[in-house]
Design a protein around this ligand. Structure first.
Ligand SMILES: *[C@@H]1O[C@H](CO)[C@@H](O)[C@H](O)[C@H]1NC(C)=O
Ligand SMILES: *[C@@H]1O[C@H](CO)[C@@H](O)[C@H](O)[C@H]1NC(C)=O
Ligand SMILES: *[C@@H]1O[C@H](CO)[C@@H](O)[C@H](O)[C@H]1NC(C)=O
Ligand SMILES: *[C@@H]1O[C@H](CO)[C@@H](O)[C@H](O)[C@H]1NC(C)=O
Ligand SMILES: *[C@@H]1O[C@H](CO)[C@@H](O)[C@H](O)[C@H]1NC(C)=O
Length: 641
């Protein structure tokens, strides 16, 4: 994961550095702590100027400082990871490889084919010197963040960056839509004193007629959010990128969906692992579960092996713990998504290397009160206090006693149970269950200092809850148990696996049941298709900014192109059966896979969203709706600093 940024000025009177604030640079450096460089291209006869700023997190090959420049003056910034599609040798750096391919492209079509063939998450900025063009964009799902900001008409400057800084009065940052890649003809723009972006959309097939309308809709939608002087156009020759996944199979067969063919005596009572066993007795179901395991297993394998493992490095933070340090961490609630990822990672991570399971819990009470401060209690604090004492059996006066029970949130409890299951599957592995306890004070402090910038430009209560929970979890600072004693621990793992994408594809959310009850399988299909289509701007850009802030890289196995294509090929009735109770029906195929992998109780846990499981949603927001704009996320304006 890297931090990339490019500022372009067209006929500007102001110095280009005026458009790149120190706080943006500081945020970029946190994403790419291993190398920072800058390069300025001035083309004075055409009166445009570009500043490229690259900050690298070293993951594989030798460290490749960015920006890269070649003999023809092309410049490349890359924040991505190639897992397939274009060959990258074990010791090669993918930045070099992609740049090399790009530089040998001789037409727009070539460039589009190249980006259509890449598998993995990416955001890039490419300056093609010969044509005076700037290309940029994000992968099909938007797994890497890229923002844009256009200055006023007078300055005619714009900026692309992985993260934002303080918003300067007036000009907002926005996420670059992950709906294709963009090209700006700098020469033409400088000459006409206008700013025009050409958009090359993703399509399942370039000859597709049906999508034309969608394209126009997206074009209108994106244009609407741009300042008046910025124009977005579709290329005249209708060139496009080819989607790296197949479209959703919306077949609704009459036989499936209603009731299962065999006899599930216990289905109306308790949901249990035996129910899954009964399903697996059906050969067809078992086959599908096994195929799913195979494809997901490959996705996890690529994501846990694709990094450099320095054999001599020892755990600096806790030298006595283990002679090997963890390279892989899992955002871990003990729920089915994270359990399956951990179980599959275990198959590929070298046995002597620990795997870190990052489990976050937010404290149920304002700590300040116990410190005897005389701060006035607001109704809010009283409520938190009540919540806490209801859950703990007694209101212990002793700080520590109260604390421990206050952190025993639902995800902590399922997390511990999940750990036991993983230990049973592989007792020789060191599983570091990292208990990350966050107090309200720390939450407020870190949100103000860091997290609000990372969530921005997103701004709802839900973004706040999820963003903060993921920030603390992925930081990996907490305690692990060592022979019954809790010891401080900071996860050194640079790769963080997250289960995002499972619920969107396998009907894991409770709204899917609502949808199914109302509109049947057709309605559910529509909802699932819509949700995967919006995952870039609902989740992924934000999560990439949040996790990248720790100098770590988020990897999303459920959004691997092959996994998505496999799941998309199946009719929805093979993936979920919402006539069955919670804990079985949603994500059914994943539960069957989990059972096959040897997981037990976790295979039948109902979905619990991180904001509730970690209890962050209960911490501050009593009466807010998840979709409300979050008042706590307000960024200070430049003058307030
Ligand atoms: C990787 O990057 C380094 C630094 O830019 C370069 O010296 C090296 O040749 C690159 N390796 C490969 C295999 O491209
Ligand atoms: C778009 O299509 C036209 C006509 O085929 C072509 O000449 C032009 O170079 C393309 N690219 C852009 C960025 O407009
Ligand atoms: C379902 O199970 C019940 C009780 O075990 C049994 O009596 C019945 O015959 C079964 N029905 C089918 C269709 O297998
Ligand atoms: C964190 O919370 C857990 C309860 O889930 C508790 O057992 C543990 O002692 C807490 N750790 C610290 C350092 O307070
Ligand atoms: C969709 O699913 C049905 C039923 O399994 C299958 O027959 C059909 O081939 C699938 N279509 C595609 C495009 O995969």
């Amino acid at each position: 994961m890297c931090g990339i940024c490019c500022v372009v000025t067209l006929c500007s009177q102001r110095a280009i550095h005026d458009f790149l604030s120190e706080d943006i640079l500081c945020h970029l450096r946190r994403r790419g702590p291993d190398s920072s460089q800058e390069l300025i291209k001035t083309v004075s006869d055409l009166s445009y100027q570009c500043l490229f700023s690259g900050h690298v997190l070293h993951m594989r090959g030798l460290v490749t400082p960015q920006p890269l420049e070649d003999a023809s003056n092309n410049v490349f910034l890359w924040n991505g990871e190639i897992f397939s599609g274009v060959h990258v040798g074990n010791l090669e750096n993918d930045t070099e490889v992609v740049f090399h391919h790009l530089a040998s492209c001789s037409s727009e079509m070539d460039i589009l084919s190249l980006f259509s063939s890449l598998q993995g998450p990416w955001a890039f900025i490419y300056y093609e010197a010969g044509s005076h063009s700037l290309w940029f964009g994000r992968d099909y799902f938007g797994r890497r963040s890229l923002l844009w900001q256009f200055s006023n008409e007078v300055d005619r400057a714009f900026c692309l960056s992985s993260v934002s800084g303080c918003s300067e009065s007036g000009s907002q940052w926005q996420e670059v839509p992950a709906s294709g890649i963009f090209k700006i003809d700098l020469k033409a723009c400088a000459a006409t004193k206008s700013l025009s972006l050409t958009w090359f959309p993703w399509k399942y097939s370039c000859r597709e007629k049906a999508v034309e309308e969608t394209c126009i809709n997206v074009l209108d939608q994106v244009s609407k959010d741009l300042p008046n002087h910025v124009h977005l156009v579709l290329n005249e020759s209708k060139l496009c990128l080819r989607a790296p996944v197949i479209p959703l199979n919306k077949t609704v067969s009459k036989a499936s969906g209603a009731c299962p063919s065999s006899n599930f005596s216990n289905i109306n009572g308790v949901v249990s692992v035996e129910t899954l066993q009964e399903f697996l007795a059906e050969e067809h179901k078992k086959n599908l579960a096994c195929q799913f395991i195979d494809v997901l297993n490959e996705a996890v394998k690529r994501r846990v092996l694709c990094l450099c493992r320095d054999p001599d490095q020892i755990t600096r933070e806790v030298p006595s713990m283990s002679h090997k340090r963890a390279h892989i961490a899992v955002l871990f609630s003990g729920g089915i998504d994270s359990m399956v990822l951990a179980a599959l990672a275990d198959k590929h991570v070298p046995l002597e290397e620990p795997i870190d399971l990052l489990n976050v819990a937010f404290m149920m009470k304002e700590q300040a009160k116990h410190r005897g401060t005389t701060k006035r209690q607001t109704g809010h604090e009283v409520q938190l206090h009540l919540l806490c004492t209801q859950e703990s059996s007694q209101d212990a006066a002793a700080d520590t006693g109260t604390h421990s029970s206050c952190f025993d949130v639902p995800d902590r409890i399922t997390g511990r149970a999940g750990l036991k299951e993983l230990e049973a599957i592989n007792p020789s592995r060191t599983w570091n269950f990292v208990e990350i306890n966050v107090t309200l004070e720390e939450l407020k402090k870190m949100r103000k200092e860091r997290i609000n910038y990372l969530i921005y430009p997103l701004d709802t209560v839900l973004d706040d809850s999820i963003g903060c929970a993921i920030w603390f979890a992925s930081r990996g600072e907490g305690f692990i148990s060592n022979q019954g004693e809790l010891k401080p621990y900071k996860s050194p793992a640079k790769v963080v696996l997250t289960g995002i994408g499972a619920d969107e594809q396998l009907a894991g959310y409770s709204r899917h049941r609502v949808c199914f009850t109302k509109d049947g399988l057709e309605g559910l299909n529509k909802e699932l298709e819509m949700e995967l289509g919006r995952i870039s701007f609902r989740n992924l850009g934000r999560d990439d900014r949040i996790i990248g802030d720790h100098g770590k890289e988020a990897r999303f196995p459920f959004l691997d192109e092959d996994v998505v294509s496999f799941l998309s090929s199946l009719p929805v009735s093979e993936k979920a059966d919402l006539t069955l109770p919670r804990g079985i029906g949603e994500k059914l195929i994943l539960r069957l896979a989990a059972k096959e992998l040897g997981l037990t109780a976790s295979a039948v846990l109902p979905k619990r969203a991180v904001q509730f499981g970690s209890r962050i949603a209960k911490l501050e927001s009593n009466s807010e709706k998840a979709s409300d704009t979050c008042s706590r996320l307000k960024l200070p304006s430049v003058d307030e600093l």
